[in-house]
Design a protein around this ligand. Structure first.
Ligand code: ADP
Ligand code: MG
Length: 363
């Protein structure tokens, strides 16, 4: 087990595409970290840089105390003692399950008796007992992914790297494997870096979540921190389906193209300064009341509340509505219980975390 430390890591591909820039991230020994972000945000690039398949063009990477990559050092992937699982389970179809899983041990020259014992142990851990002699082509997708996982952990890696490892699986199998992945990695205290485009999966599994966009870290935090205090409108939208209004805050009133809301200044954190900016409104902070100010555009049933979008004077507002499910086409009024204000011009010294000034709005 090992910590992972990235210091000011940048990675530009040979064709000039910027994969990563200014990545500072310290993952603690035994921590489960999820990397999320839209497609193309740099998740795979970051994982492959940790794995050693890509060399950072600036900065450094440490595993535990050992430097594995910087301008003059590049430790080969097989010397980094990592386990990896990808979306496309790269198991060898012509080898038995047990031979697939034992492969890293044979590569490392582990004697046969110990190999047997370790393979049996991980097969039990991932719930594959009895499948030793099976050919991977006769397994289900979920079982093959368990083979890949077993092979990734059999060598007792310092860090387990997962790139969309569950994304190709259908529900409810994906749900089941999420639970198993957590049980398994927590029970042996593995350090895990789990890349996924699925924000719910990231929030559900991780101790801390890293939100990437355009090769940069937007925010790092625990799931409740990210959900309740997103540092920017884009993080609020990406993680929580927040609706963004762009406009101006002036003497407690936020106005955005015909939308006026009174802001209770006493509840603005961080000295919510007047001026241009945006507010982010989370779906659960919107309530719909009888009225004629907005029209229901869609209304999807959800266990935790109906997922409703209303057209409020030209802005599509996401709402989570418990109780009666509104009908498409129904007229309603929108009330906003809480919003976060993000001034568009920041004082030079402001830290990113000061950008979010939570305020209370009354529609
Ligand atoms: P993600 O995994 O978040 O979808 P990637 O890390 O794969 O994103 O890609 C990040 C960026 O780097 C994207 O703009 C992508 O097009 C680019 N990229 C990825 N691989 C290469 C490559 N081999 N050459 C040039 N650009 C690449
Ligand atoms: Mg990727």
């Amino acid at each position: 087990m090992s910590s992972v430390t990235l210091s000011d890591v940048g990675l530009t591909y040979p064709d000039g595409t910027v994969g990563l820039s200014g990545i500072d991230l310290a993952i603690a020994d035994g921590e489960f970290v999820a990397l999320v972000g839209p497609s193309g945000s740099g998740k795979t690039t970051l994982l492959r840089a940790i794995a050693g398949f890509l060399r950072p063009t600036s900065g450094s990477i440490h595993l535990g105390d050992s430097l594995v990559a910087d301008a003059s050092t590049l430790v080969a992937p097989e010397k980094r003692e990592l386990g990896m699982v990808f979306q496309q389970h790269a198991v060898w179809p012509h080898w038995s399950v047990e031979r697939n899983i034992a492969y890293p041990l044979r590569l490392a020259g582990v004697p046969k008796v110990e190999r047997r014992a370790r393979v049996d142990e991980v097969m039990a851990l991932v719930g594959l007992e009895g499948f030793e002699k099976r050919n991977p082509t006769t397994l289900s997708g979920g079982q093959r992914q368990r083979v890949a996982l077993a092979r990734a952990i059999v060598g007792r890696p310092r860090v387990l790297l997962l790139d969309e490892a569950l994304s190709a699986l259908d529900e409810p199998l994906r749900d089941k494997l999420r639970l198993e992945l957590q049980t398994l990695t927590r029970s042996i205290g593995l350090t895990v870096v789990h890349v996924t485009h699925d924000r719910d999966e990231a929030l559900a599994l991780a101790d801390r979540v890293v939100v990437l966009d355009a090769g940069r870290i937007q925010q790092v935090g625990t799931p409740p921190e990210l959900v309740s205090s997103p540092v920017s409108p884009s993080v609020a939208t990406f993680l929580s389906d927040a609706t963004i209004f762009t406009g101006r805050l002036l003497a407690d009133v936020f106005s955005a193209a015909g939308h006026e809301c009174r802001v209770d200044a006493a509840l603005l954190e961080g000295g919510g300064s007047d001026g241009d900016g945006s507010i982010a409104v989370l779906p659960e902070d919107v309530t719909l009341t009888p009225g004629a100010g907005a029209v229901v555009m869609s209304s999807l049933y959800g266990r935790g509340g109906n997922d409703v979008v209303v057209d409020w004077k030209g802005i599509a507002v996401r709402c989570r509505v418990s109780g009666r499910r509104p009908l498409v086409g129904e007229s309603v009024d929108v009330r906003i219980a809480r919003a976060m204000f993000y001034p568009s011009r920041l004082p030079a010294a402001a830290d990113a975390h000061d950008r979010a000034a939570a305020g209370r709005l009354q529609g």
